[in-house]
Design a protein around this ligand. Structure first.
Ligand code: F3S
Length: 661
């Protein structure tokens, strides 16, 4: 018997917090400590707390001093007032989720809404929620019928008892949506409850019997049992290990355990231990009382091998015989082709007492039965198994899996359509059993599911390993008008057309072809949306930076005006390198529009005022270039004046003409 515990079960956050708070308070305080009502819905825990001196009282009026613990269900404002009036310290262990429900209901009431609490009318938590709404009118409903019976009101506010079934709440809320002109819903169902309920339902659907552990007075435990009963006929609600009845587990091979939110770990552990002991005892009993009934599966040791039969020690009653025909399929010529003495083998009892008293066993049928079980388990656990492809057949592949005949439909042979299925013949492939029917002798396998799972795993790993700025290598898979899809080792990223090259690209086909290997830089990774943005241009040196390296601030160069804007003129210094002459730098006088002084296509001298490599901007000035040129010309003139050998006077130039005259 296999024992499986539900993924989420036992103490929830709110209950654990309440118990911890109670024990801490008991440790810290010398004065008496009380719990207002049983701290949790578990008599064993309440007993333990009592033995530590935390007594249960039903009303603040019963005590005159000390501290009182408000349990996780919460209480109404009257209790806080009563405690304050008597000077009794309140240790508030109200679960934060319950507090949320109380607050939502109180706010609805304060805003003039008629409040509906979906839950159990007499549950302490529901009573506490109702108390926070007074004097506003409050209804408590637990079924759709009760919800329908509520009178139509102008404004309706709906909250939930935290431990109420999420699904049922939704169904009731849907009905209530029509019971008011304005309906507001606060779904205050606690996720701890939802998780426990989902885990319990899932486990109950997979096991032969389900044990639900928790106080009989615990609403959430009873609800868990109720939920389990919808999917499993053998559900047992117990409070402690003492309630376990071994007779319940006859013929049960898998038992599940879940526990309510108020069940402490030690009680769950005790139940698990008891079931484990029971499992051992049952196994022992089975061994002891094994009658070798036909159909019993056994493990045995080969103690003798003849040509036509094999003798197997099966413990207990001694030996059994495996006839040659029951040894393997196809039937071997001699038994020693299949087994050797000392080998341990699986066998199934065919006859428990033949005429000569022999127990007749079958190895081949035992293996078949085990094969079915292994396949079923693999299907349930979604665990791939190896299969040998025998041959292609109509619509798919015939495969041998654990000695059984399986079928891989053509659509499940690969991730994509495969033209020639014969290529798989003789190969051993990992496949997932997707359909198994022992009665119809049907095993349907999927290789595609395995490949798909691998692809997803690989994809997740790649997404996890990628980060913006990272350089990657990939292969161009597809080109679209807006960019290129690049495979970077199992996932595809998109390089937008503007990120393909540093120069303007009109169509991706101008710079790329399918199959090209390219380097790219990761711009953005979004694993949820499965999107990766890539840039090919960032993986290449920036030609602008290269081109601009020959220029420096203060230089005067010649360029051609490419176009004009309101704020200035753009000047191309060399192909791909352009700068801006601001309107204020176009001339040494005030210019209203660039058109007044320059025009596109015109060649001009510009002075480089600044180069911003980060923003790829160059600021230029025509006015300063001109001023510099004039200054240089003037300087040159002045220099010539000062150096007669290097210059000429008017007399030098026209003196000979005057002499002639
Ligand atoms: Fe609180 Fe949810 Fe537990 S409401 S008491 S955490 S079940």
């Amino acid at each position: 018997m296999k024992i499986v515990c539900a993924e989420h079960c036992g103490f929830c956050y709110g209950v654990k917090r309440a118990v911890d708070l109670a024990l801490e308070t008991r440790e810290e305080k010398a004065e008496p400590v009380f719990s207002l009502g049983p701290l949790i819905h578990n008599p064993q825990v309440v007993e333990q707390l009592d033995s530590r001196g935390i007594k249960v009282v039903d009303d603040v009026a019963e005590i005159s001093s000390g501290a009182i613990i408000i349990r996780s269900h919460g209480v109404g404002p009257d209790v806080y007032d009563a405690a304050a009036a008597k000077g009794i310290e309140v240790i508030d262990a109200t679960c934060p989720h319950v507090r949320r429900a109380q607050t939502a209901a109180r706010e609805f009431a304060a805003a003039g809404y008629t409040v509906v609490v979906v839950g159990e009318r007499d549950h302490p938590e529901v009573r506490s929620i109702v108390a926070w709404c007074r004097p506003q009118e409050v209804y408590v409903v637990r079924t759709k019928d009760e919800a329908v019976a509520i009178p139509h009101v102008p404004r309706l506010g709906v909250v939930a008892q935290t431990t109420f079934s999420s699904e049922q709440f939704d169904a009731i809320a849907e009905v209530l949506a029509h019971r008011g002109d304005v309906v507001k819903v606060a779904k205050t169902v606690c996720t701890a409850t939802e998780l426990r309920q989902a885990a319990a339902a899932s486990l109950a659907s997979k096991v032969d019997a389900m044990v639900v552990v928790g106080g009989r007075n615990s609403a959430n435990t009873s609800r868990l049992a109720e939920i389990c009963r919808t999917v499993n006929k053998k559900v047992f609600h117990i409070e402690t290990v003492k309630d376990l009845n071994h007779e319940w587990f006859g013929g049960v091979s898998k038992v599940g355990i879940t526990a309510g939110a108020s069940t402490p770990d030690w009680i769950i552990k005790e139940v698990c231990n008891a079931l484990e002991e029971l499992e051992e005892r049952l196994a022992q009993d089975t061994q002891d009382t094994m009658s070798y009934e036909p159909g019993t599966l056994l493990k045995g040791k080969v103690v003798g091998v003849k040509k036509t039969e094999v003798f197997v020690d099966i413990g207990g009653k001694g030996e059994g015989v495996v006839p040659l025909a029951e040894l393997a399929y196809p039937v071997p010529l001699s038994a020693d082709e299949v087994v050797q003495e000392g080998q341990e083998i699986d066998v199934i009892v065919l006859k428990s007492g033949s005429e000569d008293g022999d127990i007749i066993l079958s190895k081949v049928r035992a293996e078949r039965q085990l094969a079915w079980e292994r396949l079923e388990e693999a299907r349930d656990q979604k665990q791939p198994v190896p299969a040998r492809i025998i041959e292609p057949t109509k619509g798919g592949l015939v495969a041998a899996v654990f000695g059984l005949r399986g079928f891989v439909p053509a659509s499940q042979a690969d991730l994509h359509y495969v033209e020639d299925l014969g290529q798989f013949t003789g190969q051993e492939l990992m496949v997932l059993p997707i359909e198994i029917d022992r009665n119809k002798n049907r095993v349907v396998l999927s290789r595609r599911a395995v490949l798909e799972a691998e692809r997803q795993k690989r994809e997740a790993e790649i997404y996890a390993s990628l980060a913006p700025g990272q350089q990657v290598t990939g292969t161009v898979r597809r080109l679209a008008s807006f960019g290129a899809f690049i495979d970077i080792g199992g996932v595809e990223g998109l390089a937008h057309i503007s990120d393909l090259a540093w120069h303007k690209v009109k169509s991706p086909a101008e710079v790329l072809a399918v199959g090209d290997t390219v380097s790219a830089v990761v711009l953005k990774v979004d694993p949820e949306a499965k999107r990766i943005s890539l840039s090919l241009k960032q993986a290449q040196p920036d030609p602008w930076l290269d081109g601009v390296s020959e220029f420096s601030e203060g230089m005067t160069v010649r360029g051609r005006i490419t176009h004009l804007a309101k704020f200035g003129a753009f000047v191309e210094l060399k192909p791909g390198i352009e700068g801006l002459v601001h309107v204020s730098e176009l001339a040494d006088r005030r210019v209203s529009t660039p058109q007044e002084v320059v025009s596109p296509g015109q060649e001009v001298a510009v002075k480089i005022l600044g180069i911003d490599k980060g923003k790829k901007r160059i600021s230029l000035s025509i006015a300063q270039a001109r001023e510099d040129a004039e200054r240089a010309e003037y300087q040159s003139y002045m220099n010539r004046q000062e150096d007669p050998g290097a210059s000429s006077t008017i007399g030098d130039r026209i003196g000979h003409l005057l002499k002639k005259e």
